[in-house]
Design a protein around this ligand. Structure first.
Ligand code: HEC
Length: 142
């Protein structure tokens, strides 16, 4: 009986962890948005350049970016969600390649954080290009 209960618990926990890929990916995307939102004002010169703050924001972005596993977050069974495009599953290889490139680019930026505003602008352009490129192809405007 005890064993049965335990098994039931494990199943419930495992079920919870993967219950809602749409919510998980939206939370992840929002975390990307927050990191970019921290870096934006610095890149625009609205906030003084702060190397440590830039490094921290990029480290956080990278930590979250590496959690972007298309197969787990975008299973076809979960559907397009709020603003995903059905193109994701008809162009899966492209979608996956974009996710991989995004992760590689963010990892590189976090490993060698920009040391001044000009370098940060270039970094933001590169990372933002990944976000925008994928959204253009695989996200529908609400
Ligand atoms: C490989 C593709 C891809 C990349 C790279 C990507 N996104 Fe997304 N993003 C999506 C898709 C697809 C959705 C729609 C998901 C849904 O509605 O379920 C989305 C949704 C979002 C949302 C809305 C989340 C919500 O709650 O509805 C935000 C904000 C966002 N992305 C920010 C970013 C930022 C910032 C970056 C770059 C730092 C980024 N994304 C990189 C594919 C991508």
């Amino acid at each position: 009986m005890k064993k049965l209960l335990l098994t039931a618990c494990f199943v419930a926990v495992a079920g919870l962890a993967h219950a809602d890929p749409v919510a998980d990916r939206e939370a992840l995307m929002k975390s990307f948005g927050r990191s970019m939102g921290e870096l934006g004002p610095i890149a625009k010169g609205e906030k003084a350049f702060d190397a440590a703050a830039v490094q921290t924001a990029l480290a956080t972005l990278n930590e979250n970016a590496q959690k972007f596993d298309p197969a787990v977050l975008f299973p076809e069974s979960a559907g397009p969600g709020e603003s995903g495009s059905p193109n994701i599953w008809t162009n899966w290889a492209d979608f996956e390649a974009r996710a991989t490139k995004f992760k590689t680019d963010v990892a590189a930026a976090a490993a060698a954080p920009p040391a001044d505003v000009a370098a940060l602008q270039a970094t933001m352009g590169m990372i933002g290009g990944n976000c925008g490129g994928c959204h253009e192809n695989f996200r529908v405007k609400k």
